[in-house]
Design a protein around this ligand. Sequence first.
Ligand SMILES: *Cc1c(COP(=O)(O)O)cnc(C)c1O
Length: 477
Amino acid sequence: MNDADTVRDSSGAPDPLDLDDFRRNGHQLIDWIAAYLEGLESRPVRESVEPGDVRAKLPEAAPESPEPFEAMLADLDDIVVPGLAHWQHPGWFAYFPAMSSPAAILGELAAAGLGVQGMLWSTSPAVTEVESHVLDWLVDLTGVPQAWKTTGPGGGVLQMSASDSTHTALVVARDQTRDRTRAPAEEMVVYASSQAHSSIEKGARVAGYGHVRLIAVDPVFALDPLALEAAVNDDLAAGLTPAFVCAAVGTTGTTAVDPVRTTGEIARRHGMWLHVDAAYAGAAMICPEFRHHQDGLELADSYTFNAHKWMATNFDCSIFWVADRKPLIETLSILPPYLRDSASETGAVIDYRDWHVPLGRRFRALKLWFVLRSFGAQGLRSMIRTSASQARELAEWLDADPRFEVVAPTPFALVSFRHAAGDDATRALAEAINASGSSYVTPSELDNRPFIRVSIGSTWTREHHVTRLRDLIDRVG
Ligand SMILES: *Cc1c(COP(=O)(O)O)cnc(C)c1O
């Protein structure tokens, strides 16, 4: 850009394309993010806002002329931050972690800086090849079947969310089942446990399935295979077509683990697609001691886990693996003339536009690649182990105190408990914890009774934050 281009106009308005300004503003923004993260501890985990509070601070109309970056930065402080739940707060024990990390933030920024589209291999070969390679690394790192590598019959792709991964699996299974049985989707049945994530039901509805059966669970909230087999037989007797079953490794409610192998054997017997939803717990598989929870994966047709939950990578970054990529590509491939391409036609390359619904795709693998290199596998393992052991200790402490009841096992890093004095006491305890400002938990329900979920594993949570939560529970419980 020459000097004439960067001269400010007579009003002194900044030039939005000035790269010196960009450099300066970028440094300022990184400083701002670091200060935000450092300062989180002195804020309440959740700011208190009423509906409309944020919009009331925004101008009526979009600006007519360029504004300086300082004004945007100031509004981050004045308008945005006071309207947030601070998911990166060290006292965040709600939902599941939505981890981020310095490497992930920078990878995200680098992807935006490159601004490329990776829908085809040829539209930016590095987008596809880095993604395939990093997901093949993860096959080794998490001990899932070797056949899922892109160098084998299967392959991995990054999707926006586990909901997208599951929806994609449902669509492929529907077409496979139709080709095999000629049954219409309205007569096909999807099975999952009563504890399964709502994305199964939503995905089934969007994909046009006629029936979803939520199967009974055992006393530790895992899918009961006998109940599954019975439901499948009932549906067959009624002339319906069992098509898809989801086994959860780590349910959202209590991180219960469905029996993958037994579920897979039932799926095989009836020609059903087996999808494994390990959205949260999949990250733990980087540590070999957790892998017994997903014994039987060689029977799975597809698998999803979110690096954007418990693997230090900011949203969105959901890994989707298939054991065989052929049916996936057959189902989703569309070839208008402007997307025909010689590299694709030789079959020598992967075109990820055929692996999900969107066409355009950003360089999502960059942040995951940065995270894996910045922590190293050792660093990620140690992070998982630390939060899992903090959760186990908290569960043991609660279990030993007669005021509290632990309501589900803690196979990963979620503690599920309630107050022994009853539902009102449980609700009051959750409210007191959340009103403290220093810790935030999710009140939930199991069999129509309230319980409290404590999910440990935010990036900045340290031992003393968990101790502070325990002391708080002790004091107000
Ligand atoms: C979080 C979660 C999901 C949904 O994940 P998204 O990426 O938000 O769609 C699905 N299944 C389970 C078990 C989860 O914990």
